[in-house]
Design a protein. Structure first.
Length: 455
């Protein structure tokens, strides 16, 4: 009886369906009572770009598991064939450095003739588990972020962030506060040169003129154009200082073709080199807290406590990305009692040919927004109890003000999750901690936030 009743219901539904009008232009037939069998035929194309593991080989998967661990890493991204700079970096692996180059869609498929390199091909990147992979576009300088996470996941305590055209002058990557081989952190404070912050000074400082450039007046890429001339942002009085620990971010200058903007290159003559700080002063300059100075991703050492600040935004041009990173990271470094430093030129910039007008267009945000960026950051405060929350807050604030787009907010959230997943320990906040151990006269001066220049 139950079976008969079920059959009657099926027949009734089929008859009702057959009586329904056919929508005009639907292309589907609903006549009959038995329907049609799903064929499983192809109805759409799947582009290769949608396939996350296309081309992945067994060797790629094995390489992901077998990568060695070490505490000192060199990270580069490149779309070019190996250069003299990248080959020299490969030779640094003889001194215990590990070396990773992040590939891109429009780069070489192999990097085999570079000594000791780990080349993260497109296929190897697709085999990685990092959450930032879903938020990092191809053909962008920001793919370097994958190399940073790769190094941190494989034991990094020091990362040398550099480029494929910044050639070391010698087989050495010196780190202030470490031994000559850059392997062992030395005990005790470190001696530095310190620019004096006096009332009325702007919140930005141009360190380039203090290093005695051979080309006259010069400023770094990303420096607010409002302060390039006549606003007291350079040639500050220099003196001896001491830090209780090494600066968390240490920038090397570059000779031959320094990191300057297109305005400089279009209006000034190159080459240009730096002769160093005045005689009698320590060769490394530490930038006081509450003073901004852009640093780059071309020749910069990052210590473990600053790894959270390595992230390069991807919704802005690559010529802007590392500068926005620098300004944001400086602001939060002060919250953990840290600063950045600038060191004499230790690289020669063998810059490939560029169209300076195209560079000018690419750097538009630097010219139009840097002053606003510094002004906003100088006033920004947070009562969040952790660096993690402040990091997200600050990126959200930059998004809300149009410095970056939503993709970078999603990127930093994925970045934080990845760092936590691979075991990175974020530094604790150290508000009010005295960073400067002492001055040459023995007088202790300055707490975080006590020397605030005028806006």
């Amino acid at each position: 009886m139950a079976l008969l009743a079920f059959a009657r219901v099926v027949v009734a539904l089929s008859v009702a369906a057959a009586a329904l009008p056919v929508p005009a232009g639907s292309g589907k037939s609903v006549s009959g009572v038995s329907g049609s069998r799903f064929s499983g035929d192809v109805i759409r194309d799947v582009p290769r770009e949608m396939l996350a593991f296309a081309g992945t080989r067994r060797s790629d998967l094995k390489a992901t598991r077998d990568t060695k661990h070490c505490e000192r890493w060199i990270v580069v991204t490149s779309i070019f064939q190996p250069s003299p700079a990248t080959r020299m970096l490969g030779e640094m692996t003889r001194q215990g450095w590990c070396y990773v180059v992040v590939a891109d869609m429009n780069g070489p498929s192999e990097y085999d003739d570079v000594e000791g390199v780990i080349y993260l091909t497109v296929e190897r990147q697709r085999a990685l588990h990092f959450q930032i992979m879903d938020h990092t576009p191809w053909r962008h300088f920001g793919r370097k972020n994958i190399g940073f996470l790769f190094a941190i996941a494989h034991g990094a305590k020091v990362i040398y962030d550099t480029d494929d055209d910044n050639r070391l002058k010698m087989h050495q990557i010196p780190i202030l506060g470490f031994d000559k081989a850059s392997e062992v952190r030395l005990p005790g404070p470190v001696n530095v040169t310190r620019p004096a912050v006096t009332p009325g000074k702007p919140p930005v400082f141009n360190a380039y003129p203090s290093f005695n450039p051979t080309c006259g007046h010069i400023w770094p890429r990303g420096f607010p154009l409002d302060h390039v001339v006549g606003h007291g942002a350079e040639n500050w009085t220099l003196g001896h200082g001491m830090l209780d620990r090494p600066p968390a971010v240490q920038q090397f200058l570059a000779d031959q073709d320094p990191d300057v903007d297109a305005v400089f290159r279009l209006t000034r003559q190159l080459p240009c080199s730096f002769d160093g700080l005045p005689a009698g002063l320590p060769e490394v300059m530490a930038i006081p807290q509450q003073v901004f100075l852009p640093y780059n991703a071309q020749a910069t050492v990052h210590l473990h406590e600053a790894f959270w600040g390595l992230l390069l935004p991807v919704t802005v041009h690559g010529r802007v990305s590392d500068i926005w990173r620098a300004y944001l990271t400086q602001k939060l470094l002060w919250d953990i009692g840290q600063v950045i430093s600038f060191a004499p030129a230790h690289v020669v910039h063998d810059r490939v040919a560029h169209d300076y007008l195209r560079d000018f267009q690419s750097e538009g945000d630097l010219y139009l927004k840097s002053a606003a960026m510094v002004g906003f950051l100088a006033k920004w405060t947070s009562d969040a109890p952790t660096l993690v929350e402040r990091l997200e807050q600050l990126w959200a604030a930059l998004y809300s003000r149009g410095f970056v787009e939503e993709g970078d907010l999603r990127l930093v959230q994925a970045w934080i999750r990845d760092l936590l997943a691979i075991g990175y320990e974020f530094p604790d906040l150290q508000l009010g901690k005295i960073m400067w151990a002492s001055d040459s006269d023995g007088i202790r001066r300055g707490t975080a936030g006590s020397e605030k220049p005028e806006l």
